[in-house]
Design a protein. Structure first.
Length: 226
């Protein structure tokens, strides 16, 4: 087989993979409800630093793993995530500051995590890049908004609020929901946080067992980047 035919074959295979991944992402449904001029609720971190304790699971097409962990928040826009892999197989950390995510050490931990806007969404905070247009609709107690990207950015961010609480954010590209994050309160008072990358077929689930307010705050050392 000639070099040009092999090259064409490789490109065809790559195109097939890309098309298959895109097909896995569901189409975004039209916004429902009555169009409104209501502003999107403000969602700052609580003024008092918080500590989340949780169990977590991650899975994709190649492997799955689980463990436990903690998140510590430092208002107005800092959070630290520590993941501990079950049976002492390792651990990792990530420090989120504004729109930047710092993940030292092994790349595996970065693979688990959503990008900053969706990681913030899991903590109940809207932290999206500026958009050129916003459409807001109200459907009973649920407010939804589509925030479109800039001229050179094809992304649309769809935010869902129940009352004033953020419950879900989706990233939409070319009319399809590529990834999303949500907060789901449980009947027993616990909280479930879920991130799914639909086209990448991977997910991270956190079952939050405890949220504590830390009046004295955290030692500044936890924010230092190794």
């Amino acid at each position: 087989m000639s070099g040009s035919m092999r090259s064409a074959g490789r490109w065809s295979a790559l195109l097939l993979v890309a098309l298959t991944a895109a097909a896995c992402a569901p189409r975004a449904r039209p916004l429902v409800g009555v169009e409104t001029s209501s502003a999107i609720p403000r969602t700052p971190l609580p003024a008092v630093p918080q500590l989340y304790r949780f169990d977590w699971t991650y899975e994709d097409d190649t492997f799955d793993v689980k463990g436990d962990g903690v998140v510590r928040t430092g208002p107005p826009e800092r959070a630290r995530l520590d993941l501990f892999i079950a049976n002492g197989y390792g651990n990792g950390l990530a420090i989120l500051e504004g729109d930047s995510l710092f993940v030292p050490g092994i790349d595996m931990i970065r693979r688990f995590l959503p990008p900053p806007p969706l990681l913030w969404a899991a903590l109940g905070r809207v932290a999206l890049p500026p958009g050129r247009d916003t459409t807001v609709r109200l459907d009973g107690d649920t407010l939804r908004a589509d925030i479109s990207g800039t001229t050179n950015d094809r992304r649309t961010w769809r935010v869902h609020f129940f009352g004033s609480a953020l419950v879900r954010i989706e990233r939409i590209e070319d009319g399809r929901v590529v990834e999303w994050a949500e907060r789901v309160p449980q009947a027993d008072g616990a909280l479930r946080l879920r991130y799914v990358h639909t086209s990448g077929r991977r997910s991270l689930n956190l079952a939050v067992s405890e949220i504590l307010s830390i009046e004295e705050g955290f030692d500044d050392a936890i924010w230092r980047k190794p």
